[in-house]
Design a protein around this ligand. Structure first.
Ligand code: SF4
Length: 217
C-alpha cells in the first residue's frame, strides 16, 4: 500500500502535546483561502511512499521519546484506504510494544462529514481537529489555525491527553518551530496571521530572499 507524503519530521513540539512525529500527507483539493501549506495540494508520483516505510520511520524513534503522532497535510482523509492501513499497522505496533503515544489528525472536512464518511478511521484516532481553515476568523485555540476548528478527543487515551486543551487559549508564543534540510527551510506549526509576511520582510532586510514559499502556490 502506498501513500502520498509531503514530509515526515521528528520532533514536532507545536502540533499536539510532547515530542511527536509529524506526518504531512500530500494532496488537498479544499484550497482554503490563506492556506500556508499550498505545497501540499498537488499530488504526483514523486510523493508516493510505501506505508511500510512510513511505519519504519515511526519505529525508528525510541519508544520513550515518542509522545504522539500528528498527521496533517494536505488532507489526510483524501487517502482513506492508505490512512486506515497505516493507522491499523501503527496501532498494532503500539499495542505490541505497550506504548502510550497518541494519534492526532487534522482535517479540512467537517466533523459531520468525517462521522458520515470516515467513522472507521475516526475510531482509530485519539483526537481530531476538523473543519477548514478560515482566514477571516481570529486565530483559534491552542494547536488550531482559526476559531472554527474544534479539538475533539475520540478515545480514552485522547480524553486523558486532550480534554484540558479543548478550550485552552493559544499562549501567543511557542507555536512555531523551524527545521532545515539541504534544500529547504521548514516552518512547522501554526503562525499568526502576519508572521510569514513579517518573516519575509525581516529576512529581506538581511539580504535573504525566499524564492519559493508554500504559502503562495
Ligand atoms: S488549510 Fe489544510 S485543508 Fe485547507 S487547503 Fe490547506 S492543507 Fe487543505
Amino acid at each position: 500500500m502506498k501513500i502520498h507524503i509531503n514530509k515526515v519530521h521528528y520532533p514536532v513540539t507545536v502540533l499536539g502535546p510532547g515530542k511527536r512525529l509529524g506526518i504531512w500527507v500530500q494532496g488537498c483539493n479544499l484550497h482554503c483561502l490563506g492556506c500556508i501549506s499550498q505545497d501540499t495540494w498537488k499530488q504526483d508520483e514523486d510523493s508516493l511512499t510505501s506505508v511500510d516505510e512510513l511505519l519504519e520511520m515511526c519505529q525508528s524513534i525510541p519508544s520513550a521519546m515518542l509522545d504522539g503522532i500528528t498527521i496533517s497535510g494536505g488532507e489526510p482523509f483524501s487517502q482513506p484506504e492508505a490512512l486506515k492501513y497505516f493507522l491499523t499497522e501503527v496501532i498494532e505496533w503500539r499495542d505490541e510494544q505497550s506504548m502510550e503515544f497518541d494519534i492526532l489528525c487534522y482535517s479540512g472536512l467537517s466533523i459531520q462529514q468525517l462521522r458520515k464518511q470516515h467513522s472507521e478511521i475516526l475510531s482509530q484516532l485519539d483526537a481530531v481537529i476538523p473543519e477548514p481553515y478560515v482566514n477571516d476568523l481570529p486565530r483559534g485555540k491552542v494547536w488550531r489555525g482559526s476559531s472554527n476548528q474544534p479539538l475533539i478527543p475520540l478515545s480514552d487515551r485522547g480524553r486523558k491527553k486532550y480534554l484540558a486543551a479543548v478550550d485552552t487559549e493559544y499562549s501567543g508564543k511557542g507555536d512555531m518551530q523551524v527545521s532545515v534540510d539541504e534544500q529547504q527551510i521548514w516552518y512547522i506549526g501554526i503562525p499568526d496571521r502576519d508572521d510569514m509576511q513579517a518573516t519575509r520582510v525581516a529576512l529581506e532586510k538581511k539580504g535573504i530572499v525566499q524564492e519559493q514559499v508554500s504559502w503562495r502556490a
